[in-house]
Design a protein around this ligand. Structure first.
Ligand code: 1PR
Length: 514
């Protein structure tokens, strides 16, 4: 069985590296997705439709599977089938590509079954039990394929989250023994890539030494209502991640928000959080915080960003997210005349694990300028804004910050985005300090500006307060995904409610299969 690049290795070869032949088990060549009209890598939940009405390791037409890749086998109708392969396909933009192939005892999937929730676990079970091989290619039972889930949002558990730590703990405990309700909206699942909804957990140690999920207002995570001014505690990371998985979150992101000052090597609880989460949460996990070259203060040994990323991957992460270090690397890139050094964390990690494994988390802040200044010789990408500054300024540029917004740099988001894409970053997590925790909606002007600058996928983040904000960002920008934090942590809305809302507006979403 081959998964993702494991499928690709079975082919003749790939334009990814012309000098490296494949195993040639499947006689076709792979090429890169065309990024003229869509973001590449292709990241998210898409179909695996069997091209014949026959069985292929329990793939189901109403299910969605998680893909993350830049290279693909373009589907040529009938070609592989004529050689005895059973084939499943998916569509991205105007390209139809091979999502899975099987013949004899060989199964290869371009998607990640281990990250595709219950739909993916069914494929693994069919492979491991031998049932998939035994049924391969046989006509499906009379009545067609196994009955599709009742809705594009299927049977889903509901959970409650609340604001106090004690109640949050009770609620997250309840998440493991959730009440099940059946959703009956949006009866026809939509084809193609779905809108990704991501739950983000900012994690840090509180004053009592416990690792907690917290949430800031414009990055300030300390309670203002109490005299103790303690770190806001919204619950336990693993329990909350599990709860969001059951609500249908398409990905879960952990940001270790104080690791710019603490070395993750010594942050074993964070690694343990990843290990525990990946045992029961079968969607992609991203981890950010402290990924940079550093020195272990205990031993004096140099630890590379690649070593730290490797540690995170081995603990269950699928992607690592780089914040502060990416800003410094981008500054060096432009100072060197847009030349790659080959030594940055982004370059090293993407060379070892692929572009799709490297996310850059951006923490930009609005800098207002008036029109006259906008016409001047500023090196920054200045745009008009519908939200004037405190002195009526009509234009804005977005300055990158480091160390959790504590330090503002003379680098704008467009400069950062272009530099990190050149270095091999596969996706941008685009926060906005001005909107963070405000519940006032995403900064659409920022998102549009960054989307225009790059071809890699962008995750819109900061400001979500109601499900309509997700609809707004998907309808009014070309963002590839949208992320929420506070509205989920405070129990105001569930991920499921956001998806139901998007579904009711005609946007394709993945339903949770329980
Ligand atoms: O710089 O590589 O060590 O990474 C540190 C990481 O920690 C960065 O990704 C940075 O964004 C994050 N971080 C640092 N300080 C904070 C903080 O809040 N004080 N959190 C922080 C960033 C912002 C979002 C948040 C959205 C959505 N969190 O991820 O989840 O704004 O919030 P909302 O929906 O409630 O508005 P490094």
């Amino acid at each position: 069985m081959g998964i993702c690049v494991g499928l690709q290795a079975l082919f003749d070869g790939s334009s990814e590296d012309a000098s490296c032949p494949g195993l040639a088990v499947v006689p076709q060549h792979l090429g890169r997705f065309n990024d003229a009209d869509k973001a590449v890598p292709h990241i998210g939940w898409n179909d695996a439709f069997v091209t014949s009405s026959s069985s292929l390791y329990d793939l189901r037409p109403a299910s969605k599977y998680y893909y993350v890749h830049s290279f693909r086998c373009a589907y040529e109708p009938g070609l592989l089938e004529s050689q005895g392969w059973t084939v499943a396909t998916a569509q991205y933009g105007d390209e139809t590509f091979v999502g899975a192939v099987a013949r004899g005892n060989i199964l290869a999937t371009q998607f990640h079954p281990e990250k595709s929730g219950v739909a993916g676990l069914r494929v693994l079970r069919a492979f491991c039990t031998g049932e998939g091989a035994a049924a391969l290619g046989k006509p499906l039972a009379p009545g067609g394929p196994p009955p599709p889930p009742t809705a594009s949002l299927e049977t889903q558990p509901t959970t409650t989250t609340t604001t106090t730590p004690a109640a949050a703990a009770a609620a997250t405990a309840a998440a493991t023994t959730t009440t099940t309700t059946t959703t009956t909206t949006a009866a026809t699942p939509q084809k193609g890539l779905t809108r990704r909804v991501i739950a983000c957990l900012d994690v840090r140690t509180n004053d009592a030494g416990d690792l907690v999920v917290t949430k800031g207002d414009q990055y300030d995570v300390r309670e203002k209502s109490s005299t103790a001014n303690e770190v806001r505690n919204l619950g336990k990371p693993v329990d909350m991640a599990r709860s969001y998985y059951h609500q249908g979150a398409d990905e879960v992101t952990f940001l270790n928000i104080t690791s710019f000052r603490d070395l993750p090597l010594q942050d074993l609880p964070m690694l343990e959080i990843l290990r525990q989460t990946s045992q029961s949460v079968f969607v992609p996990l991203t981890i950010g915080g402290g990924i940079r070259d550093t020195v272990d203060p205990a031993t004096g040994a140099r630890v590379s960003a690649l070593d730290i990323a490797t540690m995170y991957f081995r603990s269950g992460a699928d992607k690592v997210s780089i914040g502060s270090d990416a800003v410094l690397a981008a500054e060096a890139y432009w100072a060197a005349g847009a030349k790659l050094s080959g030594t940055t964390a982004i370059e090293q990690i993407s060379a070892a694990y692929g572009n799709q494994a490297v996310v850059v988390s951006v923490d930009p802040k609005r800098v207002y300028v008036d029109d006259a200044a906008a016409q001047g010789a500023s090196p920054h990408s200045i745009i008009p804004t519908a939200f004037p500054g405190p002195n009526g300024e009509t234009h804005v540029w977005y300055a990158c910050t480091i160390k959790g917004g504590r330090e503002t740099r003379d680098l704008d988001v467009v400069q950062l985005a272009r530099a990190v894409q050149a270095m091999g970053c596969g996706e941008l997590l685009l926060n906005c300090i001005d909107r963070d925790g405000t519940n006032s909606g995403f900064d659409l002007e920022l998102i549009r500006q960054v989307k225009r600058a790059v071809t890699i996928p962008v995750i819109a983040s900061s400001g979500a307060g109601v499900p309509a904000h997700f609809e707004e960002v998907f309808q009014q920008t070309t963002t590839d995904a949208a992320l929420g934090a506070g509205m989920f942590h405070r129990g105001e809305y569930t991920v499921q409610q956001v998806k139901e809302y998007l579904g009711s507006k005609g946007l394709a979403v993945r339903g949770f299969e329980g």
